[in-house]
Design a protein around this ligand. Structure first.
Ligand code: RB5
Length: 142
């Protein structure tokens, strides 16, 4: 399982820690940046992650910015991406079970690091439920 990760400066610290956590768990991780806490623009990192997901170069993605909204809005411009924003572990479960999000987005400035790990672990271990949720997902593309 290969996971792509991206953040802006606001999500950099959590991204760095989550990259190490995922590697320890045995995941292959591709880090699309950013590489420091120097102020930067989230689309510069969201688009490369989204393209990797669309092309199948990574299986799933994880993205962080301050609120999670800049990353979510940008990632969801890509047809092959369903990016879901989660700020607690129940939403992390539902965004996979119901929305089959292939990119998890978290608001680094509004959650603790332990919460970020709980959300990520829950999202990774949850299965998509299909059925009526698949029907709804099929209606998303414009
Ligand atoms: C950066 O200051 C902040 O605007 C960004 O991380 C994010 O919250 C944007 O949606």
């Amino acid at each position: 399982m290969k996971i792509g990760m991206a953040s802006d400066h606001a999500g950099y610290e959590y991204k760095t820690r989550l990259v190490e956590l995922l590697k320890k768990k045995g995941y292959e991780v591709v880090d699309f940046g950013t590489d420091s806490e120097v102020s930067c623009d989230y689309p510069d990192y969201a688009h490369p992650l989204a393209e990797a997901v669309e092309k199948g170069k990574v299986d799933l993605g994880v993205a962080l910015c301050g609120t999670g909204n800049g990353m979510s809005i940008t990632l969801n411009k890509h047809q092959g991406v369903r990016a879901g924003l989660a700020w607690n572990s129940e939403i992390g479960r539902l965004v996979k079970a119901h929305n089959n999000a292939n990119v998890l987005v978290m608001p680094a400035r509004f959650i603790s690091y332990p919460m970020a790990t709980r959300i990520l672990n829950t999202w990774l271990s949850t299965q998509f439920e299909g059925g009526r949720h698949q029907r709804r997902i099929d209606k998303i593309p414009v």
